[in-house]
Ligand binder design. Structure first.
Ligand code: PLP
Length: 407
């Protein structure tokens, strides 16, 4: 076969129909297709634009195509993209240093730690699970996670995910994962007392299951009983971290020091990268050969992360999330049929009064706004942290109209 014929007509493959024809059906039917992004807006092929109040699920926190990130990625791509982890690169240690400083300064103890780089949130969670197993030993192989939690789709992360619907088709999952209800500290204490528990994994705000913050009492108690029993506390900050909820890491809201922190999403501004931080004394459990990934922390991914973090520090991203987040929350609360607004900073869940959230999201998209329905009556909003007050105003107007249409 002359494979050059494969190139004939390749440009005729359309994003929407091509996705349905050539990609697996696991994401369902795509809702729209975009060819360009700038700031808070996404653009279609025909030039029409929509306000992006989802940020690729809390990823493009600096907005689309933030100039410093674009420049860093383009420069690095022209210089060196990949070498493997047999060799050091100039960006990785700098990103690790910044993450360590941002995490340790968010804790009351200021304890320092070390970073493992991967390529996604699920992989960063896998690394945390394996690190905890290695540190705690095989007789403490059990984990406790919270009902409703989402920690990713790979087998370890899926086993930690406490949403039966996401797991049923893949049983049996990894053994040893126990789930308790948010707030049920007695069950956590009982499981730990019974023995064999090495770690507890939490999201301080459950993003995927409806933007549901854990209570301060529960998180405080969790830290107390895990510390007392040398059980590790793993914070999944994949969605909540890096400024999104109004602080560098949302665990700081609870005044606690985690043992392991899992990050991804916003770290690369859209370039895939995940990171697992562990405090010294836990991080040391990984020795040469214990874990790895070909791409993790490669020059291109860490160039993107370095530009993202330095930009976030320069613009004080957490403060933007606090300021714009309180404006957005206030305007959402004022909308007819919005009965509750949950979350912190710019990770917000708007609960609708019995109205079909997927339908509202569809009308909103037609009106020029991306929001995300999670569950039947909840909308998740996660605009860029760089969003302007005018854009918030525009989004809330579109959303108000969409709610009216769906009511
Ligand atoms: C809290 C949390 N953990 C883990 C993940 C998995 O991350 P990824 O999709 O990058 O594998 C997600 C993704 O939404 C998440 O929200």
């Amino acid at each position: 076969m002359d494979y050059k014929v494969l190139l004939d007509g390749i440009d005729d493959i359309e994003p929407m129909s091509g996705t349905v024809q050539y990609l697996m059906a696991n994401y369902g039917q795509p809702r729209d297709a975009f060819v360009r992004g700038e700031g808070s807006y996404l653009f279609r092929e025909d030039g029409s634009r929509v306000l992006d109040f989802l940020s690729g699920i809390a990823v493009t926190s600096l907005g689309h195509s933030y100039p410093a990130v674009v420049e860093a990625v383009a420069n690095q791509a022209g210089k060196l993209m990949h070498t493997s982890n047999f060799f050091a690169n100039e960006n990785g240690p700098k990103v690790a240093y910044l993450l360590d400083r941002l995490i340790s300064s968010s804790t009351p103890t200021n304890e320092s730690g070390k970073i493992f780089f991967s390529n996604s949130g699920a992989e960063a969670m896998e690394a945390a699970i394996k690190l905890a197993r290695k540190r705690q030993g095989s007789d403490r192989y059990k984990f406790i996670t919270i009902n409703g939690a989402f920690h990713g789709r790979t087998f370890g992360a899926l086993s930690a995910t406490a949403q039966p619907g996401k797991k049923e088709a893949f049983e049996p999952v990894v053994p040893g994962f126990h789930h308790v209800s948010a707030g049920d500290i007695q069950s956590v204490a009982k499981l730990i007392e019974a023995g064999g528990v090495g770690a507890v994994i939490i999201e301080s705000i459950q993003g995927e299951s409806g933007v549901r913050p854990l209570s301060e009492d529960f998180v405080g108690e969790l830290r107390r009983i895990t510390s007392d029993s040398d059980t590790l506390l793993i914070l999944d900050e994949v969605q909540t971290g890096l400024g999104r909820c109004g602080s560098w890491f949302d665990f700081s809201h609870h005044g606690i020091a985690p043992d392991i922190v899992v990050m991804a999403k916003a770290l690369g501004s859209g370039f895939p990268i995940g990171a697992t931080w562990a405090k010294n004394g836990v991080a040391d459990a990984f020795v040469a050969g214990d874990h790895g990934t070909t791409y993790g922390g490669n020059p291109l991914a860490t160039a993107s992360a370095l530009a993202t973090l330095t930009s976030m520090i320069r613009i004080d991203a957490p403060k933007r999330a606090r300021d714009q987040g309180s404006e957005l929350a206030e305007r959402l609360r004022a909308l007819d049929k919005v009965v509750e607004v949950r979350g912190r900073g710019l990770l917000l869940g708007a609960e609708l009064d019995g109205i079909d959230a997927p339908l509202v999201a569809r009308y909103a998209l037609e009106g020029g706004l991306v929001v995300n329905p999670i569950g039947f009556t909840t909308l998740r909003l996660a605009p860029p942290l760089t969003v302007s007050l005018d854009e918030i105003e525009e989004a809330v107007t579109i959303l108000g109209d969409a709610i009216k249409l769906a009511s």
